[in-house]
Design a protein around this ligand. Sequence first.
Ligand code: SF4
Length: 736
Amino acid sequence: MENELLTPTGSEKLIQMGSNENSPTIDNDLGSHLLTQNKNSNVKIWLADLTHTNSRIISNHMPYGTACVAAFTEKYINMENPIRLFKYPEKLSAALENDGIPDIIGFSNFIWNSQLSLDYAKRIKKMSPKTIIIFGGPHYYLIPAEQEKFLRDNPQIDFYIPKEAEIGFANLITFLINSDLDKSKVKDNLQSVHSIGENGKVFLTDEAPRIKNLTSVPSPYTTGKLDEFFDGVLLPVIQTNRGCPFLCTFCDEGVTSLNKVNRRERWQIDAELEYIAKKLSRLPKDQRGDYLRIADSNFGMYKEDQITCETIAKCIKKYGWPTQIEVDTGKNDQKKVLKASEIVGGILSLNGSVQSLDEDVMKNMKRENISSEGLMQIALSAKKADTPTVSQLILCLPGETKQSHFNSIFKIIDASFTHVTIFQLGIEPGAEMFTPSDKERFGLKGRYRVMAECIGKYELFNEKFTVGELEEICYETDSMTFDDYLSCRKMNLIISTFYNNFSLYWGSDTSRPFFDGILKFLLSQNIVISKWMKLLHEEKIEGELLDVFNAFEKASRDELWENKEEIKNFIHDSTVFEKYHNGSLGYNLQNSFRILLLTRYIKPLKDFTHKTLLKLLKENGKDSLENIAFVNDLLEFETSRIKNISKDIDQIPEITLEYDILKFKDDEKAASVKDYKLSKPVTVKFVLDEMQKNTIKKTIGKEGVNKLNGIGNITKASSGSNERSKDILRMLQSHN
Ligand code: SF4
């Protein structure tokens, strides 16, 4: 038989043959799922996990997933040429043009790089029809009919490997080597390999079994596969386990086949962390980065995670890295999560991702086995330890109403989460919620928009081309009208402006809410913060501030397109593309409008804030003359800090205060208002030191393409000819 499956004996042979890592254990039955290689090969294989690079590096993580596939394949298959990895499209173009097109090239397929990968693949296929093109990644459909349509719509793809890719990819490569790269021989004879055969027949085979012991996948760090990506730009990622015990239907991981959690062994995790820390410590100081991404789905929820944290703590002590850990923390067993955070000195982002607190909505998205009470507790416990906490919500979930969405926001804020991130519901093809039957069941309706900054101009084989990633956003359901959705978007902007952390001045590590003094004052008066957020949403907005909110609503409406082909054509028009490219279109609306409010419109924002605070104090019987005078000083202080930023950064704002606002803000526990009364008024100047000025300039340079530059362009671009947003742009310009 040309491609026989390995017997257990074969498995032993295979480990001896290809092992390039000293792994003490291995999946006992892994070998039985891998094909025997019966020919040596000098096949050239490349793998690309591309990112858009035009405004900045959009996916700034090392290509860990593709590197795992490469390391696994190299371990189990004898090949003369190591697999080459690519992250930057420009480097891939140069290699294709200068080094020749490989025999086989694979692309990762995520929402942020799908079209980029497809467009590269199309050009490679045209230039070299014999090159075999393989795709893999979560941006792929669940339902066979939709999988087939995707493959037929994209004939540049020869094979698609769904879900966990290592076994499917390695077997496909072995089969192709054994078949002298005759791809027509791949039919329904390989698990986890989808294709349209030469006679037009579709082959959608079952998934290959998952790897039980992830240590069977060599570390792409210690094997050196990721060495070239320590470039001072990309950030390291590790994954200590794969799979998730929950079944959230909006998530591509919430499927039964990924329900079991498989792990790496301790020695491998420790070796990886030590390797990364040592490698980073050899880079020049300004290129090291301070960040680690752990790609587990529920970090901290398992006892093994505490041991991982102990290793990280050793790295911090020895190498000063990492100083930040980004991770999705466990949804249950919060005590363990908090313990893990404590071990690494609180640098773990504590995440209470509830998505919704409405019981019916939780049932609709199959999250009823996640304890929302437990997730809420994390905020209280973290508050005691003075650790920042983030909670996430998703707008427009099945069965969610405007009121239930607001209720979730208010509960989270009053539970003391320090930051509330509200996502829009992206319709991801790989998740159960977006299968045709579920969409129909809940009346989910989607429209398309360009993903913020995921658009760029590239060049391959002397041809320039533009690529933009589209995402489908749910804007209406049976329980939420489009007007409700827009009203929720307004609430989201209010939360982000008045409650969430803001880091233009301070840098992300020390960021705090812009109105943190006001929030502290309200709590000291026993007024729950949600009451203020509700009032800010309900209160009549007038004048130029109304123009900004109207512009935000219009932009939220207009960014969504019903027809996918229309928006595709729109962004490929060269003048329109330039606007996306330079940031005058396609910026993140919420971030941009928040900064617009807090800089250019700070004066009307201050007046509006004042109005709501007086009303709130009155409604709660706290409107004593002393409280009102204190709030006046406090608001003057908060808003004066930033009023020079959008005009002249060297100008020094100056105010006179009757209360010691700085002491109030510094005090761990607020005293009575009368205790802050000064014996005589003082003048306060807001002087930025060079470091602060540089921080602001750096923010403008780095994030400002998205934020400030975007805002600048809102006002500049009103002369634009035919883009849909021109009315918004004109409206804002008239106030500058
Ligand atoms: S807990 Fe997280 S990773 Fe797991 S299914 Fe839910 S959203 Fe996905």
